[in-house]
Write a protein of this length. Structure first.
Length: 274
């Protein structure tokens, strides 16, 4: 399932390469805003009754204080592998994958209120106990609420491609966010990205292929990974297939730290050095 797009030979990606190279970790250029939408009567009931227990709104105040780290044990009432899903949309994939992995805790991050309300309904109807939600900016969640080396997986399914060149700086996948996500993964933790937008796939492939090996980074998965990679096919993905848009998937893992020369020498016995 590691169906990745190879970067062009010689590292040339026309203007996109230059735009990728200009991406920064902080500050991030973003169009983040809460997406408004009208809730159905059922969705409103879900929101009123379930959101106070299962969800949380992040402040969008520019003068806000940094958020304290989440206590996942308290949030879920147990200790288990943790996955953050960036942009859960209507929650179809979130709920289906959570149902298949009841031993994995899933934190879904989304800005679209009707989508979160629909996910609340899926959680309620399927009796899921391993999903919690945050409405807000995923970068704030990863940067402030999630501690380093604490996640078994991060999923980014079909992020907004921002197709116009002048908007590429608003794409979620940048050098900085890859480094941030790698930092939040445990050794062997999984970064799973999927997109049906060909240009965005090339952009992602270029960033992944040119990471800084001395900073937190991820490498292509070559062995079995600790979480499921099986996504259900949503209506959105089915429409992409009908329209001839291939889905490209990137399955990467955080490697264990490389031992330094000094560490290796310290572990080598005198006999081995003769």
């Amino acid at each position: 399932m590691n169906n990745t797009v190879d970067p062009p030979p010689g590292g040339a990606l026309d203007p996109s390469r230059e735009q990728v190279d200009r991406s920064r970790l902080y500050p991030r250029v973003t169009s983040f805003r809460f997406r408004r939408g009208t809730l159905t009567a059922n969705q409103q009931r879900n929101w009123d009754t379930l959101w106070p227990t299962l969800g949380r709104d992040l402040s969008t105040d520019t003068e806000r204080r940094p958020e304290p780290p989440l206590d996942f044990g308290t949030l879920f009432g147990r200790s288990a592998p943790r996955v953050v899903e960036v942009g859960s949309g209507t929650g179809i994939s979130t709920a289906a994958m959570a149902a298949e992995e009841p031993d994995v805790d899933v934190l879904a991050v989304e800005v679209y209120k009707p989508g979160l309300a629909q996910l609340l309904g899926l959680i309620d109807r399927n009796g899921l106990t391993n999903v919690r939600m945050i409405r807000g900016d995923a970068v704030v969640v990863l940067r402030e609420l999630v501690e380093p080396a604490s996640l078994t997986g991060i999923r980014v399914f079909f992020p907004d491609p921002w197709p116009k060149s002048r908007h590429h700086k608003r794409r979620f996948i940048q050098r900085g966010t890859i480094e941030l996500m790698a930092d939040r993964l445990v050794d062997g933790g999984v970064l799973h990205i999927a997109t049906d937008h060909a240009d965005y796939a090339r952009w992602i492939a270029e960033i992944l292929a040119t990471q800084n090996p001395d900073a937190p980074h991820v490498v292509p998965a070559t062995d079995p990974v600790p979480i499921s990679l099986q996504r259900p096919t949503t209506k959105f993905e089915g429409r992409a297939e009908v329209e001839g848009r291939a889905v490209n998937e990137f399955v990467y893992v955080k490697p264990a730290p490389r031992a330094s020369t000094a560490d290796h020498s310290a572990r080598t016995s005198p006999e081995e050095t003769r």
